[in-house]
Design a protein around this ligand. Structure first.
Ligand SMILES: [Fe+2]
Ligand SMILES: [Fe+2]
Length: 170
């Protein structure tokens, strides 16, 4: 591994850690708004982001490096609406996808094929996560933002939770 790829992975640890805190803040907000389906969705997403962070920590340490654990900026805790929450999620996931792609590109430049291979899981994961968030944003278009619509969307998100719960763990 080169200094550059190590630094990029260190930075990615911070991004995944921030995502975990961001989704935890969103889970807590949804919980306080009585949106049980969305709250469960974000508690789970928060755990997943922590797992992403740990993947990189273990990868660095297994590669004879020392993964350093960064501090994380406080996430927002107040949101206008559930719709706005999901718009922010899409924005954040797009930012993470871009960051992953940049590290993949760096690995090619640095001839770090092992890290390139390690990152392919993240490339797939980002593609899946963006698709999932887009499918939820589509529901706002279809069902609308009314209180009844919100109730329906929350139930739809809970149906997604059940599907994810039954999916095999990666
Ligand atoms: Fe992630
Ligand atoms: Fe993510």
């Amino acid at each position: 591994m080169t200094k550059k790829t190590i630094q990029a992975l260190q930075k990615q640890i911070g991004l995944e850690a921030y995502a975990s805190q961001l989704y935890l803040a969103m889970a807590s907000w949804c919980d306080s708004e009585g949106l049980a389906g969305a709250a469960a969705f974000f508690y789970r997403q928060s755990d997943e982001e922590r797992q992403h962070m740990l993947r990189i920590v273990h990868y660095l340490n297994d590669s004879d490096q020392h993964a350093e654990i960064p501090g994380v900026d406080p996430p927002p805790n107040q949101f206008e609406s559930l719709h706005e929450v999901f718009q922010q999620v899409l924005q954040h996931e797009q930012k993470v996808t871009k960051a992953i792609h940049q590290i993949v590109q760096l690995c090619m430049q640095e001839n770090d094929f092992t890290t390139w291979q390690f990152l392919q899981w993240f490339v797939d994961e980002q593609h899946e996560e963006e698709a999932l968030v887009r499918s939820i944003l589509d529901k706002f278009k279809l069902i609308g933002d009314s209180p009844q619509g919100l109730y329906l969307i929350d139930r739809e998100i809970d149906a997604i939770n059940q599907k994810l719960l039954n999916a095999p763990q990666q």
